[in-house]
Ligand binder design. Sequence first.
Ligand code: GDP
Ligand code: IMO
Ligand code: MG
Length: 426
Amino acid sequence: MSNLVIVGAQWGDEGKGKVIDVLSEEADVLVRFQGGHNAGHTVIADGQEFIFHLIPSGLLHEGKIGLIGNGVVIDPEALLEEMGRLSERGIDVQRAVKISDQAHVIFPYHKQLDLLEESVRAGRIGTSGRGIGPCYADKTARCGIRVADLCDAAAFAKKLRQNVTEKNRLFQALYGKPPVSYEELLERYTGYAKRLAPHVVNGVRFLREAIAQGKRLLFEGAQGTLLDVDHGTYPYVTSSNATAGGACTGSGVPPTAIDRVIGVVKAYTTRVGEGPFPTEFPPDLMERIRTKGKEFGATTGRARRCGWFDAVVARHAVWVNGCAAIAVTKLDVLDEMETIQICTSYRDGARPVEEFPSSADVLSRCQPVYESWPGWQADTGDAGRFEELPPEAQRYLKRLESLLGVPICLISTGSKREQAFKIGCW
Ligand code: GDP
Ligand code: IMO
Ligand code: MG
């Protein structure tokens, strides 16, 4: 197996960063294919914490190349800051980071719009406030500015003027806000373009040549399946395709170049922001797991909502992504639990629901149907093999496999790089 896609199989923050770090040892090129700096992927290696937002999480391994694909929306300021931070810590970003010329660029007016839209929206989404949705909206409306435009002075000046004129109409007429300055943005973004230009490539060609040279590709999903704009809990989602199909559209490789998809799940569930969440804990359990699991956002610091493992959600994710296997993280967070619940189906009133509902309104009415499993009440942090886990933990994981219909290929029992073992991922 050569080319692997890693996706979140819940509502994001499943521990993709850690899993990708572990698996990218065997990859040559790491590809981010969607999302933007709304993502926060944490890797803890050699006692140091790294949080990746736009740059692929596998770059701590020497000699790897990371491509930010066409499906990503890039805030140049955030990217340059992230490159600067990694460079200070000894990562050769000048060599390792490539940027697709077809990726779209986030401007301050996108961020302003994101915040304004949230403030007037009847049902808040709880976005990260990074301008992600408005930038993708411009992309789909065919007025977006891409990296290639940014690096072409004449094209950039023209497109920026058109966009600023249009956005200022909105700011003034609809929101009663002062206009943004075209000149200021032109100067600032021309400066970013100069610094980013050495990294810019034709992403499609770059990956085609990598494949022709026999390089192994690892595609890194951001967010998670339930935040996917099509397959998630719409409208409480992000604005891109976080599912495996996004790896093709967001990078330019054909589906036939993908060999295997792995979904990452936590041993329980979390979500940040608004929207239905059937297995959400009551306050006492919420506090206990949030504290033990350090469930605070890597990007915004917001407290994450926590709940039991939801097999209806994960089954949906296994299907829409075509997961051959799943990686289970944060098993250790359940170490002290006396009993553990797994949601196996829902009820909508008296009606049993096995299939993940297409509508967030229906989902918000659904009540989870649980089965109870005994906890193991023992430390799993040092386990190096499946057989070294307590018998109750083994049974819990076996039950997840049977409910999802796919094997577990990696288990993580702590935040450090060493606290994970593979059972065959590539
Ligand atoms: P991502 O967005 O999917 O990459 O996940 P985040 O990095 O946002 O959130 C996952 C959090 O869990 C991070 O703080 C990780 O350091 C931490 N983490 C990952 N795997 C484990 C694990 O197995 N056990 C524990 N306790 N923490 C973990
Ligand atoms: P990673 O890659 C968890 C959520 C936001 C909000 C919704 C829309 O670290 O798993 P957006 O700013 O994208 O328009 O917000 O999506 N969200 C995430 N939740 N992990 C993420 O990324 C997320 N990225 C966005 O909280 O509910
Ligand atoms: Mg995260």
